[in-house]
Design a protein around this ligand. Sequence first.
Ligand code: S3P
Length: 443
Amino acid sequence: MKKIAFISEKIKKYNKKIIVPGDKSISIRFILMASMAVGKSTAFNILRSEDVLNSLYALKKLSINFKINKNNCEIYGKGLNGLNFKNNTVINAGNSGTLARLIFGVLINSKNQIILKGDKSLEKRDFSRVIKPMLMMGQNIKSNNNKLPIKIKGTNFPRPIHYSESIGSAQVKSCILLAAMKTPGITKIDAIPSRSHTENMFKYLKLPIKIKKRKELEFISFKGMKNYKGFNYIIPGDISSASFFIVLTLLTKNSKILIKNVNVNSSRTGIIDILKKMNGRIKIRNKKIYKGEEIADIECEYSPNLKGIKINPLINSRAIDELPLIFCLVCAKANGISYAKNLGELRHKEQDRLKFVLKFLKMIGIKAIEKNNNLKIYGNPNLKLNGNYIVKNFMKDHRAFMLSCIAALTLGGKSWSIHDLDSINTSFPNFMSLLKNLGAKIH
Ligand code: S3P
């Protein structure tokens, strides 16, 4: 496969209806939860990407069988105590932070040791955030400086804990909740709010979870050791994938798009709130609740009067994967200065995404200042590019690749060469073909 996307023309106006693939967070959660159910679970519209396939292969190594059919994916769960594998079995999480963090929870009661590995990007990421609560619950963990590869062995006596989750990380919260499933007694988490798909799936399966919301914290309590049967699920479209098309449309003259059946769980819609405040013309239509998750159609139009914004840091976790796209494109083209604070978490993603944003803005000639993880971007609505741009060495970060394509198609310039095209296989394998269907010229 060709590894560089070459773009030398802006996209022309379009008016189209699209669908984006299934949500990555929900797909991975479905697989992990189905592995602990008793009997067969079936998911429709599961995302077919590398992160999701790595989750299926990981469970296969733990003795969980699956089938990928034309229209669905079946998983044959073995209940809370059914995993069966040899000592020192190796699991490779590839690029997926979500799989790597959540699988600790699934392994809380494993009898044998697992060696958890990942790709170069994942090997650079810090796992102390899940190691700390898992040690408290009794797991045996050996690592070099909290980095992969990590050796994980469960305990016969998992302990319920009361944990204060102060990062606002859904991966940490979900890891604890999955471990709590196999733990007698009540596990409690006082958490800074983050995406709520695990809790929603627990509720959908009628598992005994209680959540109280108080100001800026959520108090979650969960009583473990309840078996549940295999279940059916339909996975909604991924708002993180839809975001690239929302921003493309906001910045493309006289264009309009309708994105069907997207997950609009309020813990994920920070981008919509931010863009609307910036004068983005976006409407949410046909909202409904399905299998415990909110889904809707997102309609979006060219928005010529974008203005700078002061982003409330409380929204960060609701837009965590979309912030770089907003900064590099929308804030760059907006009228006025944009401010964002407390962006430290962006440094812990597939690459240091805050560093990427600064490098990118500099490359396209937009002034930006970063101090103590706070960011100030001086937007320029008249930004006209005429250089040759090369985007490379970004740790094959799928979202950095895709935002660079949207930049090339909306900001212009003589040419853009964007490396590591195959990074899209992580989360959005048909990204290029969807762009081409809208009329984008990419070589
Ligand atoms: C995810 C949570 C977020 C997000 C990641 C997916 C999840 O990470 O950035 O892409 O599925 O739980 P954190 O929980 O570390 O913020």
